[in-house]
Design a protein around this ligand. Structure first.
Ligand SMILES: [Zn+2]
Length: 235
């Protein structure tokens, strides 16, 4: 029973992680199709921990976080000729004024770049599409289909993965439990043993003779502390 519970918990954690990845990729597909039509978001000019002044702009839609940044003064050749980020706060903000997830996903030491993260309810995977297309994407897979560029992020954002997985795993646990209960009820209706499907028709005693389901254990076989001790001592 205990092993069964542990196995089921591990299975649900695996299913929860898979769901986290699937949801993140779905968010990315939705983003490619309509979100971020207006390239405006929150932005700040800030001083990074290594004393570089950069413009960091981030946008959020349901399930996706797009961060783009440039070292404004170091790189006059912006990769965003038409959609240059316009930070709302044209002042030097402290690096830690940027939300924690944006800060964690974006690495300012790598210069001009775009970071794209997705997942729901919090972002869980990120990728770095090159701002100078058609260079390949970093930390992700890019698939072009139906005139769209789908970017499936692969770089884990561990706090996000942990949060989403702990949310999805109990849902899977409940779903599997309901399925198992339903299966047992269906078997009982057909007069079959709910555990091993042995036919319970025309039996004089209740329970299953095959696997012992619903059978009272005979008194002489019951485990008592004295019997357990005797069995241990006797080898
Ligand atoms: Zn049985």
């Amino acid at each position: 029973m205990k092993t069964h519970f542990i196995n089921r918990t591990i299975l649900c954690l695996l299913l929860g992680t898979t769901t986290t990845i699937a949801v993140a990729w779905t968010c990315e597909i939705l983003r490619e199709h309509n979100a971020f039509s207006e390239r405006q978001g929150n932005g700040v000019m800030c001083l990074t921990p290594d004393e570089q002044q950069v413009a960091v702009v981030w946008q959020r839609t349901a399930g996706t976080l797009l961060i783009y940044a440039e070292e404004t003064f170091l790189n006059p050749n912006s990769p965003f000729p038409h959609e240059r980020p316009k930070p709302e706060t044209e002042q030097r903000a402290a690096w830690f004024e940027i939300p924690a997830d944006v800060r964690s996903i974006y690495n300012p030491l790598e210069g001009i770049r775009i970071d794209l993260a997705s997942g729901w309810p919090v972002v869980a995977l990120s990728s770095t599409p090159s701002p100078r297309a058609p260079s390949p994407i970093n930390n992700g897979i890019e698939i072009t289909a139906f005139n769209h560029h789908y970017r499936f992020p692969l770089k884990p954002y561990w706090p996000g993965i942990a949060f989403n997985t702990t949310l999805y795993a109990p849902l899977w646990f409940g779903l599997l439990l309901l399925t198992a209960k339903g299966r047992q009820l269906r078997r009982l209706k057909k007069n079959l043993c709910p555990t091993c499907r042995y036919s319970l028709q025309n039996l004089k005693t209740p329970g299953c003779p095959e696997c012992g389901w619903n059978r009272p254990i005979k008194k002489e076989y019951r485990r008592t502390p004295a019997r357990c001790l005797a069995a241990t001592l006797g080898g």
